[in-house]
Design a protein around this ligand. Structure first.
Ligand code: S3P
Length: 448
C-alpha cells in the first residue's frame, strides 16, 4: 500500500481502441458490501468485489475489528460478521492508505461503538478534510481528536449508546451521509439524514437488502433518509456490479481516438452515478446500451462506444453529484471537442485525492490545452478532434483518477505524454494497464 519508488509511464499514442473489456467491481459498493457483511451474523458471500488497495484497506480494518473475511479460490469473498454493535477494539491504528471512503465510513461505524480507534493514511489522505464527518459524529456523542485542520491522523473515541440525530448535509457527500447512517446502525432510535441534493444511494439500497428498516422520502426540496437503529442484519449473497467510474476512462478514450469501437461490459448504471454518460451524450458521444439487466439490486448494461466528433457544452451543474469522480476524464473529453466546454459548480473537486481542478488545469496546460481555471471548475477549449500537443510529464499528485485520465489524454497526443507515477492506479483499478494493452493491441515489445 505504501508507494515507494514512483512508477512513470509513457503513454503510447494513436492506436485505436477495439475489442471488449469487463469493468472491475464498483468501489463504493465493494466498501459497503464488506462493511455491512461484517455487521451481519452469519456468512455473506460477495462476488465481483473490487480487489483494489482502497477496498483491501476496508477489509483489513474490518478484520482488525473482529470480522472474519476470506477470499476463496473461487474468487468469492466470504464474510462472517460480528453483528451490529459487535466490533471489537483493534490492536493497532487502522491504516487507510489513500482511501477517503474507508476512513469516513469507518469513522461512522466506530463512533457508536465503545472502542477507540486511530486512523492514519498516506500523504494525499492526510491532507483531506475530515471535519465534515467529525461534526455530525460529535453531535452523536463521539469524541474525536484530529490533527490540525480536522485531518488525519485522528482518533475516534466511540460512545455506546450514541444519540440519534437528524442531520442536514451541508455538502453533497455520500460519504458523510453514509458515515451518519453507519453510526446510526448501533444507535437506539431513528437517525435521519436530510440531503438537499441526491448523492449516490448505495448505502440505502444495501442496508435495506441486509434487512435494516430504512425509508427514503423524496420531496421537491430534499431526500430524507430515516434509519431505525439496532437492526439485526442478515447475511447476503452480493454480486458487485462494474464501476461506472472505471468505465468512464474507456468511454472517453474510445470517443476521442479515431477508429475506436469497444464494448465495455458490466457497467453499473445507478441513476446517481451516470452523469458522465449524460454529459458525453450531450457532447455527441456514440454510446449505446446493450443487454440492460439488474445485478446486485443495481441497473447494469454493456456499453458500445464508437469514436465520435464531440462538441463543447456547458456541463449542467446539477450533474455534479452524479459525476463527481468523472470530472478529470470529462475535462479530457473537453480537450478534444469543438469549442469551449465549461464545467462549474464542482467545488468539491478541490478536496478529492488531489485538488482535481488545479491538478487537471496544470496537466492539460502542460500538454498545450487552453483552459481557464475557476474556483469551482474549468473552461477548456478543445482541438476540434485532432490530437493535443502533449509532450509533457504529468504530476499526478498521488491521485489515481488524474493518472488514468491523463493516460486517456495521451492516447491522442502529438508528442508523448508521460505520467510521473502510476502506482496509485492500483487503489481503484489494478487491471487498468492490462486492459489498455489489450484494447490497443500493445505487447511488451511494441511498447518498449
Ligand atoms: C464516495 C462518495 C464520493 C466519491 C468517492 C466515493 C462513496 O465522495 O467522490 O469516490 O463511496 O460514498 P464524497 O462523499 O466526498 O462526494
Amino acid at each position: 500500500m505504501a508507494h515507494t519508488a514512483p512508477q512513470p509511464f509513457a503513454v503510447p499514442a494513436e492506436r485505436a481502441l477495439t475489442g471488449a473489456l469487463t469493468v472491475p467491481g464498483d468501489k463504493s459498493i465493494s466498501h459497503r458490501a464488506l462493511m455491512f457483511a461484517s455487521l451481519a451474523v452469519g456468512e455473506s458471500r460477495i462476488s465481483g468485489l473490487l480487489e483494489g488497495e482502497d477496498v483491501l484497506a476496508t477489509a483489513a480494518a474490518m478484520r482488525a475489528m473482529g470480522a472474519h473475511i476470506e477470499r476463496g479460490a473461487d474468487d468469492i469473498w466470504r464474510v462472517n460478521g460480528v453483528g451490529v454493535g459487535g466490533l471489537r477494539q483493534p490492536d493497532t491504528a487502522l491504516e487507510m492508505g489513500n482511501s477517503g471512503t474507508s476512513t469516513r465510513l469507518l469513522m461512522g461505524l466506530v463512533a457508536s461503538h465503545p472502542i477507540t480507534v486511530t486512523f492514519t493514511g498516506d500523504a494525499s489522505l492526510s491532507g483531506r478534510p475530515m471535519g465534515r464527518v467529525i461534526e455530525p459524529l460529535s453531535q452523536m456523542g463521539a469524541d474525536i481528536t484530529a490533527s490540525p485542520g480536522g485531518r488525519l491522523p485522528l482518533m475516534v473515541r466511540g460512545i455506546c449508546p450514541a444519540v440519534p440525530i437528524t442531520y442536514t448535509l451541508p455538502v453533497a457527500s455520500a460519504q458523510v451521509k453514509s458515515a451518519v447512517l453507519l453510526a446510526g446502525l448501533n444507535t437506539p432510535g431513528i437517525t435521519r439524514v436530510v440531503e438537499p441534493v441526491a448523492t449516490r444511494d448505495h448505502s440505502e439500497r444495501m442496508l435495506r437488502g441486509f434487512g435494516a428498516d430504512l425509508t427514503v422520502e423524496e420531496t421537491s426540496e430534499c431526500r430524507v433518509i430515516s434509519l431505525v437503529g439496532e437492526p439485526e442484519l442478515k447475511p447476503q449473497d452480493i454480486t458487485v456490479p462494474g464501476d461506472p467510474s472505471s468505465a468512464g476512462f474507456w468511454l472517453v478514450a474510445a470517443s476521442i481516438v479515431p477508429g475506436s469501437d469497444i464494448v465495455v461490459r458490466n457497467v453499473g448504471l445507478n441513476p446517481t452515478r451516470i452523469g458522465l454518460i449524460t454529459a458525453l451524450r450531450m457532447m455527441g458521444a456514440d454510446i449505446a446500451e446493450l443487454d440492460p439487466r439488474t445485478v446486485g439490486g443495481e441497473p447494469v448494461a454493456d456499453l458500445r462506444v464508437r469514436h465520435a466528433a464531440l462538441t463543447a457544452i456547458d456541463v449542467p451543474a446539477n450533474l455534479a453529484p452524479s459525476m463527481i469522480d468523472e470530472y478529470p476524464v470529462l475535462f479530457v473529453a473537453a480537450a478534444f471537442a469543438t469549442g469551449r466546454t465549461t464545467a462549474r459548480g464542482a467545488h468539491e473537486l478541490r478536496v478529492k485525492e488531489s485538488d482535481r481542478i488545479a491538478t487537471m488545469a496544470a496537466a492539460l496546460g502542460a500538454c498545450g490545452v487552453a483552459y481557464e481555471e475557476h474556483e469551482d471548475g474549468l473552461a477548456i477549449t478543445g482541438t476540434g478532434g485532432g490530437p493535443i500537443p502533449g509532450g509533457a510529464t504529468i504530476a499526478s499528485k498521488l491521485d489515481h483518477r488524474i493518472a488514468m485520465s491523463m493516460v486517456v489524454a495521451g492516447l491522442h497526443a502529438a508528442a508523448t505524454i508521460t505520467i510521473d507515477d502510476i502506482a496509485p492506479v492500483a487503489t481503484s483499478y489494478p487491471a487498468f494497464f492490462q486492459t489498455l494493452a489489450s484494447l490497443t493491441q500493445i505487447t511488451e515489445e511494441t511498447h518498449a
